[in-house]
Design a protein around this ligand. Structure first.
Ligand code: ADP
Ligand code: ZN
Ligand code: ZN
Length: 754
């Protein structure tokens, strides 16, 4: 008799730790690390879990439950994936189960994943051309049927010499403009046949492969420098000005890896960016290129997942373009990870746990595969540039644009002065309008950037100053004119536009401030002949809406594109010469220690869209504070100046990267109770960490969805390993959780908040 076997299993729960189950003999052969199993947990609930180890050590409990069933096939999760899950859970202080929930598409757990079926129509047998003409002739009296048959012949290019080819039923019907009923008559007659076939959910645009572009002199030097540094370092930061040709350098690095049979992960912060880059990649690397992001449906995600795990090199994806969650795909043989726009805040997941930073986790993932990481940016994060300066990362700099085009000229437009002199037209300064006029007259394109969606960020009673706020959050409601509603951008609550003040009942409700929707409205009035479009969260709810807008702009069917940060990064448009930043002030005034860094990056980034080809572009920044030090740095494209200034401030105030930060958010539905408990935790932590604890304090948004919020920040010394401090933090939270009544609290830990 063999010894009983046990499995330690990760369950998709917020509870830390793994759970041990007994493996019944009849399924023992199928259970190994990485397999998905079904087990019972708690009352009667069944869960799909992932086995991380199999052993003979019986746990010290009376009753141990059995594994109920095993998913068919090879292990779903490979060893390096499990390693990454564990690292994320330990570093970011969450459960492996929370990582699991973020990592795998929920439908992957279904044993029978069903392929998508599509109906195909075929000729029922091979007719000679003579016979076919005869049939066509006979169908003269049924012209609609004739249409279908002719369409079949035309679409498949049928001749008696070729093989008969099936064609998709929906395509045949749309091309022949006939109904399914008429087609049915032909299949009933036995002339055509109909059959279902499984098809890929991912459209295969395996296009003609172009050879990769030859690098310019400056690019070749950068490429060589990256490779030399890779001999000694695992991570290289590529700091190249906008349009210096970083993407082309990545493409050369990718090609080398693919030739070695390695996989490559190319990460981008924003789904909108995948649209253009995927085409650039597929043009060179064809069908082995896959893309992965949250807009895909679950079955599509499962298919991409399987294509990456696929061993057959002809059917597998070896180059993946994806957003942060692509880290969790089943890579087995990574050679290189590219983190483009590495400074971007979207790489950090805020809610729910795991609150991981995809750039930092990518570096860990690469290490697990013995792969290299390249971080790319025109304005690197202070963290990464600091790592490069002190030698932890390699550094390669590209200071010129491809084709030696100059960086755009930046014009500051003083809104305060323009308002005073009554020169503003709506929200536009004379400088901006003049630049736009010039561009439009030359049929060049324009981007206007405003980091707020909706029509106006709030409305106000002109009599008493009353402002409608969300019923669940401490947030002003944003007016959306298109749907005629006030909307909360934090919880989604919406309500009709009030005609009277809720306080004094006057009818003088007025809109304040401006979002992208209002800009769109007013630009259409100022430039009635221009073709105007808008790209923000509200206009890109459908899966393909990004593609449509970006394509239309590329094909010059749009003259002026208005958008939020979605349009600020990475996009490459040939004919775009003027960029307007409508309100730099609200970027700069955000209460966060990264606000200045971020506004520099954003302005530099959005400016970088202008004048990328033949001629130098122009950027107009509207601000009421033109002497602001960050704006002066943007004016000179002075990244190093910004880096020096910001690192000076952060050293002085002990902020990252010169300390590590952990943020604890505590929530309660009752404000007094929240104050009580957060004070307990604050005192406890101060006894351990002293002055390095900030708070508890109310964040800018102090209530969301009826939960009041307080935050505590802890700065941990950089020099010491963080594990010890994190353990002390966890213990303090556990002590709080044992207090009477503390179960009504929600506590979240955010390591390296961003
Ligand atoms: P970045 O990623 O630094 O913003 P890109 O790689 O997008 O820059 O390059 C900017 C533009 O210059 C793109 O349109 C790109 O196709 C073109 N380009 C860059 N390098 C080359 C090259 N070696 N040969 C031809 N075109 C290039
Ligand atoms: Zn709300
Ligand atoms: Zn009022």
């Amino acid at each position: 008799m063999t010894n009983a076997l046990f499995a330690d299993i990760i369950l998709p729960l917020a509870v830390r730790g793994r759970f041990t189950y007994r493996i019944p003999d009849n399924i023992a052969e199928k259970v190994s690390p990485g397999t998905m199993v079904t087990v019972q947990f708690g009352g009667r609930k069944l869960y799909s879990g992932i086995v991380c180890s199999v052993h003979e050590k019986a746990p010290d409990v009376k009753k141990i439950r059995p594994v109920i069933s095993v998913a068919e096939g090879t292990p779903l999760i490979n060893a390096s994936q499990l390693k990454l899950w564990l690292w994320i859970s330990e570093y970011y202080l969450c459960s492996e189960g929370e990582v699991m929930k973020a990592a795998i598409p929920s439908e992957i757990s279904l044993n029978n994943y069903k392929p998508r079926l599509e109906t195909f129509i075929n000729l029922s047998r091979k007719y000679s051309e003579g016979e076919l003409n005869e049939i066509l002739d006979k169908l003269k009296k049924a012209p609609r049927q004739q249409d279908i048959l002719s369409a079949y012949i035309r679409l498949t290019g049928y001749t008696a010499e070729t093989d008969i080819l099936p064609i998709s039923k929906s395509l045949l019907l749309s091309e022949s403009h006939c109904s399914a009923g008429i087609l049915e008559t032909l299949t009933d007659k036995g002339i055509l046949t109909s059959a279902s076939q499984p098809v890929s959910r991912i459209p295969d645009t395996d296009s003609y492969k172009e050879p990769i572009k030859r690098l310019s002199e400056a690019q070749s030097v950068a490429f060589g420098s990256i490779k030399t540094q890779f001999l000694e370092k695992d991570i290289v930061l590529l700091h190249g000005v906008t349009s210096s040709g970083k993407t082309e350098i990545y493409i050369h690095l990718i090609e080398e890896q693919l030739k070695k049979g390695k996989q490559v992960l190319y990460m981008l912060p924003e789904i909108a960016l995948t649209t253009q880059i995927i085409l650039r990649l597929k043009r060179h690397f064809g069908g082995i290129t896959g893309v992965y992001h949250s807009r895909f449906s679950d079955p599509e995600k499962v298919e991409i997942w399987k294509r990456i795990a696929e061993k057959d090199p002809l059917n597998s994806y070896r180059l993946i373009l994806g957003v942060r969650s692509s880290l969790f795909l089943p890579f087995s043989n990574l050679g290189l990870i590219i983190v483009d726009e590495e400074h971007d805040g979207s790489y950090k997941q805020h809610d729910p746990a795991p609150r991981y930073h995809a750039r930092d986790s990518a570096i860990m993932l690469a290490a697990m595969h013995n792969a290299k990481t390249i971080l790319g940016s025109a304005s690197p994060s202070i963290e990464s540039y600091n790592n490069a300066v002190n030698g932890k990362y390699g550094l390669t700099e590209l200071k010129e644009r491809f084709g030696l085009i100059k960086l755009p000229t930046i014009i500051l437009a003083n809104t305060r002065e323009a308002y005073r002199k009554k020169l503003m037209v709506s929200h536009f300064t004379p400088e901006l309008l003049q630049s736009m006029d010039e561009a439009l007259s030359k049929e060049e394109q324009i981007i206007l950037f405003q980091n707020r969606r909706g029509f106006s960020p709030y409305i106000e009673c002109s009599e008493c100053g009353w402002i409608p706020v969300c019923i669940q959050c401490a947030v002003n409601l944003t007016y959306h004119k298109g749907i005629g509603k006030l909307v909360c951008h934090y919880c989604g609550y919406s309500t009709g536009m009030p005609s009277n003040c809720g306080n004094c009942h006057s009818t003088g409700m007025v809109t304040r401030g401006f979002g992208t929707e209002k800009i769109e409205d007013e630009i259409k009035i100022v430039f009635p002949a221009a073709r105007v479009a808008r790209m923000d969260q509200d206009t890109t709810r459908n899966k393909n809406s990004f593609n449509k807008i970006i394509r239309a702009f590329e094909e010059r069917r749009i003259d002026i594109l208005i958008g939020t940060q979605m349009i600020s990064k990475g996009l490459d448009f040939e004919n775009l010469t003027v960029v307007g930043i409508l309100n730099a002030d609200n970027l700069l005034n955000y209460p966060d220690f990264r606000a200045h860094e971020r506004s520099f990056q954003l302005m530099e980034q959005v400016s970088g869209r202008a004048g990328r080809r033949q001629k130098q572009g122009k950027v107009v920044i509207q601000t009421s504070d033109p002497v602001n030090k960050i704006i002066r740095l943007v004016l000179r494209h002075d990244y190093i100046g910004m880096f020096r200034m910001q690192s000076g401030e952060r050293i002085a105030f002990n902020y990252p990267p010169f300390s590590r930060m952990v943020k604890i958010s505590i929530k309660h539905k009752d404000r007094t109770q929240l104050n009580f408990y957060s004070d307990i935790l604050g005192r406890d932590l101060k006894e351990i960490f002293g002055k390095r604890v900030l708070g508890p304090e109310s964040p800018v948004i102090s209530q969301v969805q009826l939960w009041y919020i307080k935050t505590i920040l802890i700065k941990i010394e950089r020099e010491k390993p963080p594990a010890k401090a994190k353990q002390l933090i966890i213990e303090a939270i556990e002590r709080l959780e044992k207090e009477k009544g503390a179960s009504a609290l929600k506590i979240a830990i955010d390591v390296d908040p961003y």
